[in-house]
Design a protein around this ligand. Sequence first.
Ligand code: SAM
Length: 294
Amino acid sequence: MHSHFGMDAQTTSGEWLTEAHGGFGIAIEIKEKLVSTVSEYQKIELFETANLGKMLVLDDIIQFTEYDEFCYQEMMAHVPLFAHPNPENVLVIGGGDGGVLREIAKHDCVKRIDICEIDQKVIDICREYVPSLAKGYDDPRVNLYVGDGNVYIQDKQQFYDVIIVDSTDPIGPGESLFNEDFYRGMRGALRESGVITSQSESIFLHQDVIQGLLRIAKKLFTKYSYAGMYVPTYPAGNIGLCAASLGPEVEVPARRPSVEMQRQLRYYTPEVHEAAFKLPRFGMEVIESVRAED
Ligand code: SAM
């Protein structure tokens, strides 16, 4: 897999997968389709790409490529885990590929890692074909529950220190993870200094989704904010997370990675943690307009 591609433009006659939104899109050159199936919940495709390793596509939306998945997984996991002073019990909702589990397992202070993923087929396919992410399941602290995250969360009381919502988009099975009822469930499931992050789309493309999540977070949590990150194979080359907490600041880390752990990370640093919450002015206005509402 290439880590950089040089400056030469290339035209090829190979097969490309295109994901487009709002009249523009990204195109990924495909070497081989490895899996194509339909589960109870969604269409699932796994590709070997020409340059970016394996790529998972659900309902025609790219979920990850092995080339740049570290950007998303590291930020989704390490922002809330380092914002929390001592996370012990951690829950992932969605995240069936295992990539976020892999990152959580790097924290020695974590004692228990639960995951609630709705689709057993996503888990099975990633375990068979994508060990670079699915190795996250190998950690002995991991407990897997297969079911709807919005059902799972409702009877949990003050148990988790960190909850990470690694979901698909708010259409299809992921829809139930974007409403107030789900966020109330998460608040009830958190211990008193609890911190959450949730996959929150692109500041260029989905300002309405971001504002909707921030309005819910504002109602239910004491701190809330939005951070952006570079991910070249998501639409517009970026995605974001909403972070919310019942106590700790979310925009600055309470702990720092050890020297040894920092060596294992390719995206997250304490400086990147803080910088990700600094948005360009048009983005800050999207956030500030929710903060200014009564
Ligand atoms: N990084 C990805 C992205 O945003 O493109 C997300 C990847 S992860 C594979 C998303 C997972 O969320 C999928 O495996 C999907 O099955 C799962 N999911 C969707 N709705 C869910 C729900 N209601 N409860 C639990 N898991 C859900």
